[in-house]
Design a protein around this ligand. Structure first.
Ligand code: LLP
Length: 493
C-alpha cells in the first residue's frame, strides 16, 4: 500500500468497514467498475458514450438503468475470444452461452447472437424472450431444477440445442415427453462435483446440501455403489427419447479465482472418462457453467477472462492427457461478467440526514466512551426494488456523485432507497463529497447483472427502464413502468 493511501485510510471514518479507504479523488471513476465508455466530460458530469447523465434524466427520468451497448458487445467478444484462443488446440474452441438470467430482453438476445454467443435460459419465460428475439433454438440452452411439462414441450417446439437435466425424475420426464412426440431431446446432465465456491476462495468439500443437480457421490441412488450422476448417464443413454450430449456443472457465482472452475473441470472429465470406460459411452460435450466475478467496489479483484481461460485450459489439457481421452467440446455460461459492469443505475438524491453513531456499539448509541461519529444517509428515488442484491446477499456497491464534480471533503455515507424498510440499502458504505445535496444525481456502477432481473414493485414503485447507449446515441430497450402498468393486473372486483 502506498504511503498516500495509508495516510488517507487513517483519515477515514471509524464507522467505515476495514476494506473501504477514502478515495484519493472522490470524482474519479475506478475503471474496473465502469463501462469502457463511461467518463466525466469537461463540465465534470458523468457521461456514457458522450451523453451526459442530466440529458438521460431529462429524457427518461430516474431511477434509470444506463447500459453501454458497446461495452456489452466488447465484453461478450472478449470472453468469447479469450476462451476460444485458450481452448483452440484442445477442442477447437468454446461455445459461450450468455446466462440470460443475469439480464434479458430481446435487444440483448440480438447483441448476443450478433457477437457469436449463444443463450442460456432458465425458464419458459426466458425462452419466450429468446423466441421473440428470433434466436435459433439450436443456439439456446434451457436450465431449471423444476421444469414444467409445458416448459419441456416449449423447449422441444423450439428445437433447443440442449436441455440441461437436473434430476433423475426429470430425465425420465423429458425422455418420455420427447418419445411420445417421436423426437429425441438433446440433453446435458447437470452434476454437482462437490466444489463449493465462495467469492474469493473455493472449498473443495462435497456441496450436497442444495437443490441443484445430480450428485456424483457414491450411493446416492437405490442401487448400491451408484451415484445419481452415473445412474443418470446409464438411464439417459438407454432412453429412446434422449440424445445424451454430455455433462454440465455450475459451481457458484461471483468467483474470482480460477481454481474452483479448474477443479470442477477435472472432476467432470474423470467422471466422463469413467463412463467411457465402464459403459463405452462417449460424451462429446462438457459445460463448465458461469460464475466469473466482477468488481463492485475498488477492492474486488476480478481476473481478466484470458487468465481464467488459460488456467482452465491448462487443467483440461493435462487431465485429458492423463486420462488418455480426447477433450469434449467445452462450453461456458457467463452472465454477470458480460453484463454486470456495462450498467450503472442513475438516481436522484432526495432527503439527507446525518446520524451520530458509536463505532463500537453502532446501532443503539450505547457508547462506552461517548465518542460518536457521523454517518450520513443519502436517500435516492429507488432502492431495494431496483437492486435487491444488498438485501439478499449483503452485496457491497459503490457510488459517485454523477451530475457534477465536487471539491468538498469526503463524508462516510449510506445510500438508501425510499421503501418502508430500514434494510432498504443501496450502498452500505461509501465516501461521497460532503456537499451532496437534494437534486444531485448519483450513479451506482455494476448494476447490469441481477438488478433489473430481480427488480420488484414493492411499495408500488414502478420498475425503472433500461436505456442502452451505442456510439453516442441512447434508446430505451426496456421502458420504465407506468402507473397504468402498476394497476393493470388489479381486477378491481
Ligand atoms: N449457469 C448456471 C447454471 C447458473 O445457475 C448461473 C447463475 C449462471 C450460469 C450464470 O452465473 P454468473 O456468470 O452470472 O455468475 N442472483 C445472484 C446470482 C445467482 C446466480 C444464479 N445462477 C446474485 O445476484 O449474485
Amino acid at each position: 500500500m502506498s504511503p498516500q493511501s495509508e495516510d488517507s485510510r487513517r483519515q477515514g471514518s471509524p464507522l467505515a468497514p476495514d476494506w473501504l479507504s477514502v478515495p484519493a479523488d472522490l470524482n474519479a471513476l475506478e475503471p474496473k467498475m465502469w463501462a469502457q465508455d463511461a467518463a466525466r466530460n469537461d463540465a465534470g458530469e458523468l457521461t456514457v458514450g458522450g451523453i451526459p447523465v442530466s440529458e438521460l434524466q431529462r429524457q427518461y427520468g430516474t431511477p434509470l438503468y444506463v447500459m453501454s451497448e458497446n461495452d456489452f458487445r466488447a465484453r461478450a467478444r472478449a470472453f468469447s475470444d479469450a476462451f476460444n484462443n485458450a481452448f483452440a488446440d484442445i477442442c477447437g474452441g468454446v461455445d459461450v452461452y450468455y446466462a440470460g438470467k443475469s439480464f434479458l430482453c430481446t435487444a440483448v438476445v440480438r447483441w448476443v447472437e450478433e457477437e457469436g454467443l449463444r443463450l442460456d435460459t432458465a425458464s419458459g419465460g426466458e425462452l419466450a424472450v429468446a423466441a421473440k428475439a428470433g434466436i435459433p433454438g439450436a443456439d439456446v440452452a434451457l436450465h431449471g431444477n423444476n421444469k414444467s411439462d409445458l416448459e419441456i414441450h416449449r423447449a422441444l417446439d423450439m428445437k433447443l440445442g440442449r436441455i440441461v437435466v437436473d434430476s433423475l425424475g426429470e430425465l425420465v420426464r423429458v425422455g418420455d415427453i420427447a418419445e411420445r412426440r417421436g423426437e429425441k431431446a438433446k440433453v446435458m446432465l447437470r452434476l454437482t462435483p462437490g466444489v463449493h465456491a465462495h467469492t474469493h476462495e473455493f472449498i473443495a468439500t462435497a456441496h450436497e446440501d442444495q437443490k441443484f443437480g445430480l450428485s456424483m457421490a457414491a450411493d446416492t441412488t437405490e442401487h448400491a455403489g451408484l451415484s445419481a450422476a452415473e445412474e443418470a448417464v446409464a438411464a439417459a443413454s438407454a432412453h429412446p427419447g434422449i440424445d445424451l450430449l454430455g455433462l454440465h456443472c455450475h459451481i457458484g457465482s461471483q468467483i474470482f479465482e480460477p481454481d474452483g472452475f479448474a477443479l470442477a473441470a477435472q472432476k467432470l472429465l474423470r467422471f466422463l472418462a469413467a463412463m467411457q470406460e465402464k459403459y463405452s459411452i462417449v460424451l462429446p460435450e462438457l459445460d463448465l457453467g458461469g460464475g466469473y466475478g466482477i468488481a463492485y467496489t475498488p477492492v474486488d479483484t476480478p481476473r481478466p477472462a484470458a487468465e481464467i481461460a488459460e488456467a482452465m485450459a491448462a487443467v483440461v489439457r493435462s487431465t485429458c492427457a492423463e486420462l488418455g481421452i480426447d477433450s469434449p467440446r467445452i462450453s461456458i455460461e457467463p452472465g454477470r461478467a458480460i453484463v454486470g459492469s456495462t450498467t450503472f443505475t442513475l438516481y436522484e438524491v432526495g432527503t439527507l440526514k446525518t446520524v451520530r453513531v458509536d463505532a463500537t456499539a453502532s446501532n443503539n448509541g450505547d457508547a462506552d466512551n461517548n465518542v460518536t461519529h457521523p454517518r450520513r444517509y443519502v436517500s435516492v428515488d429507488g432502492g431495494m426494488s431496483d437492486n435487491a442484491r444488498p438485501v439478499l446477499y449483503d452485496a457491497d456497491y459503490s457510488a459517485i456523485l454523477a451530475s457534477r464534480t465536487s471539491d468538498a471533503g469526503p463524508q462516510l455515507s449510506r445510500v438508501v432507497g425510499k421503501h418502508c424498510e430500514s434494510g432498504d440499502i443501496v450502498v452500505r458504505d461509501v465516501y461521497l463529497p460532503e456537499d451532496v445535496a437534494a437534486g444531485d444525481l448519483l450513479a451506482v456502477p455494476g448494476t447490469g447483472a441481477y438488478c433489473w432481473a430481480l427488480s420488484s414493485n414493492y411499495n408500488y414503485l414502478a420498475r425503472p427502464g433500461v436505456v442502452a447507449v451505442r456510439d453516442g446515441s441512447a434508446r430505451l430497450i426496456v421502458r420504465g413502468e407506468t402507473e397504468e402498468d402498476l394497476l393493470n393486473r388489479d381486477m378491481g372486483v
